[in-house]
Design a protein around this ligand. Structure first.
Ligand SMILES: *Cc1c(COP(=O)(O)O)cnc(C)c1O
Length: 355
């Protein structure tokens, strides 16, 4: 029995595929024909269904709207040069999703259930996976409390859903960051390591203030002293400092990015020593002054690598050197893309092929 035979499928009457301009996709503008929905009820996850993408009914008393039990993941599927569809490291995303679920007192999913659901949906909408270099099908699994009740409680009913979106190459301008010294995204012991919705809602306001001041994003620092760097927006941050790849070590206040882990794993093959440790704002400022800080960039699924143009520290703006073809960030981005497209061997077993 194939995966799609074990999951019930209701197909769209008419696909919207022909209305999509694949040469001008952008990010998140289009959602594919189908979605996957599964219910958690009576203590168990039930058989997922694939149905046409569309609005759904919910109670205004749905618990996730009031008390925030909602988490998500974000990953990508690619067509490689042989025309096969591969998903990048879905097992690692699944592990992280379960960590988010546990932190929010929500029911976890088995790896098999998660991968089968993902594979079946991608198979049904396989024509939505773009073929152009740099394009991909963005995959958005999420889980939220569905039970309707007004009291503050851990919900007993949930929905697991997956929606997908074809996305184009991400041409991000180098970003201007501001070290945040007033507001906090996450404190140790909080939910910063979980991909839960509230983290993003709470980050909008400080980010908006930074944008009004002419920056693109804030560089979050630790909640206690604002002395150590956590991450930026929905990206982990990396520095090339004194010729080494330096990144904040994982704590409960920052997200364990799959891109971060992949780049750390590949760094030695590009001849760079890596350091995962506390990174202070003071040493970054010193690196700017001495010229030992040669690169800074954000890393995440959406853009892979986002060049950082400048960092404002205590109100003083420091510019990074302009990136060139020898920059570590461009070489590592190319290497990751080459592994995904099948131009380089996948020695770490990161590519998950949809049959
Ligand atoms: C998703 C996310 C990242 C990047 O994680 P990837 O797995 O590399 O996409 C980093 N920080 C935050 C806050 C995020 O939500």
């Amino acid at each position: 029995m194939t995966l799609t035979e074990s999951i019930s499928i209701e197909r769209v009457k008419k696909s919207r595929l022909s209305t999509i301009d694949f040469s001008n996709l952008g990010f998140g503008n289009h959602i594919s024909d189908h979605m996957l929905v599964a219910d958690y009820k009576d203590g168990a996850w039930h058989e997922p269904k694939i149905i046409p993408f569309g609005d759904m009914m919910m109670s205004p008393a749905m618990l996730s709207l009031h008390y925030g039990q909602t988490i998500f993941e974000g990953m990508k599927a690619f067509k490689n040069k042989n025309g096969e569809i591969i998903v990048f490291r879905p097992q690692r995303h699944h592990q992280r999703m379960n960590k988010s679920l546990e932190r929010m007192c929500m029911p976890t999913l088995s790896e098999e259930y998660f991968l089968n659901s993902l594979s079946a949906l991608i198979e049904v909408d396989s024509d939505w996976v773009p073929t152009a270099e740099g394009s991909s099908l963005y995959l958005r699994p999420f889980v939220f409390a569905f039970e309707a009740k007004l009291g503050v409680k851990i919900a007993d009913e949930y929905k697991f859903m997956i929606i997908t979106s074809p996305v184009g190459p991400y041409f991000a301008k180098p970003v201007k960051l501001k070290v945040e010294e007033e507001y906090v995204r996450a404190a140790e012991g909080g939910t910063g390591f979980a991909k839960c919705a509230g983290n993003y809602g709470g980050a909008f306001y400080p980010t908006l203030i930074a944008q009004k001041q002419g920056f693109d994003q804030v560089l979050w620092t630790d909640a206690k002293e604002h002395k150590y760097i956590d991450e930026s927006g929905a990206m982990n941050v990396m520095f090339v400092l004194n010729g080494k790849l330096v990144t904040p070590k994982l704590t409960t206040s920052l997200l364990d990015g799959v891109t971060r882990d992949s780049i750390l794993t590949l760094s030695s093959s590009l001849g760079l020593e890596k350091e995962e440790r506390k990174v202070s704002v003071a040493e970054i400022e010193e690196g700017f002054k001495k010229g030992t800080l040669t690169e800074a960039f954000g890393v995440g699924t959406a853009a892979v690598v986002s060049t950082i143009a400048s960092i404002s520290i205590h109100g003083k703006n420091y510019e990074l050197p302009v990136v060139n073809e020898n920059s570590f960030q461009l070489r590592i981005k190319k290497k990751l893309n080459d592994i995904r497209r099948g131009n380089e061997p996948d020695v770490h077993g990161w590519n998950y092929t949809i049959k």
